[in-house]
Design a protein around this ligand. Structure first.
Ligand code: CIR
Length: 255
């Protein structure tokens, strides 16, 4: 199952995150990031995941968002190719740090692709083309995933959405939680059951299903009302992390 996990990789926060990329041009406060991050790690421990903590990387302001430079599928790790120059160097470091956990390691050499644009649904992957992920990167990843027995569909990420998964997440067998922008994507609409969140609750669309719990960003009342009917929710504060366009899924790699 794509949300049945035993292990998780998380990176310890860096002070330089105060200079992380932010579409809103906001500098988050390190102390607040640390608090939110500590709580994230605590919840993952409480959910009985084996937490593998990577060391801080001060030279890379966005490096706690480990979802972007790597993808895990079965016993394979695929090192991706982040397009922002300030993030590209993360791939070499993380590949050395995590290769020991996996049987095979693959690399995307050509084209750009970031993990935030890749939604895994069992043996299927949806790759969203975005400002960070281009066609060449998506095609090269597809070749690797196909060789591992997975199928791939390539879609467009809506304009002004940083990553495909910034505003959607797999929360059940064939159920995808989506923002209203994502709900308009033909591919999602015709292939999955969508739970659409109202305008203003986009931040909650990056929720994270971990085994029998659904982790939902704190502060989205309507999303909570909708989701708590069918899911066992844990609210997690990520408002400081959200200032740099990130959320729950970005801060870990899970398998
Ligand atoms: C960035 O712009 O790369 C970071 N500030 C946010 C990365 C969020 N990652 C994700 O959605 N997977």
């Amino acid at each position: 199952m794509t949300y049945s996990f035993k292990n998780i990789i998380i990176r310890k926060p860096n002070k330089s995150i105060e200079n992380a990329l932010s579409s809103q041009n906001i500098n988050p406060v390190f102390k607040n990031i640390l608090e939110e991050h500590n709580n994230y790690v605590k919840v993952m421990n409480e959910l009985n995941l084996k937490v593998n903590l990577l060391e801080t990387l001060e030279d890379f302001p966005d490096s706690i968002f480990v979802e972007d430079p790597a993808l895990i599928y079965k016993n394979n790790c695929i090192i991706l190719n982040p397009s922002d120059p300030s993030r590209n160097g993360e791939k070499k470091i993380i590949s050395n740090e995590i290769k020991e956990y996996f049987e095979n390691i693959y690399f995307i050499e050509n084209g750009f692709i970031e993990g935030g644009d890749i939604l895994n649904i069992y043996n299927h992957f949806i790759i969203g083309l975005s400002n960070r992920t281009n066609k060449l990167g998506a095609e090269n990843l597809s070749i690797i995933l196909n060789s591992l027995g997975a199928s791939v569909s390539i879609c467009e990420t809506p304009k002004n959405v940083l990553h495909f998964k910034s505003e959607c997440s797999l929360i059940d067998e064939d159920v995808i939680l989506v923002s209203s922008k994502m709900a308009k994507l033909d591919y999602l609409e015709s292939n999955y059951n969508l739970i659409e969140l109202p305008i203003g609750e986009e931040g909650a669309a990056n929720s994270l299903r971990i085994n029998d719990k659904l982790l939902v960003p704190e502060g989205f009342k309507k999303a909570n009302d909708i989701l708590s009917k069918n899911y066992d929710i844990i609210n997690i504060k990520v408002s400081e992390i959200y200032k740099v366009d990130a959320g729950l899924s970005c801060m870990s790699l899970r398998w």
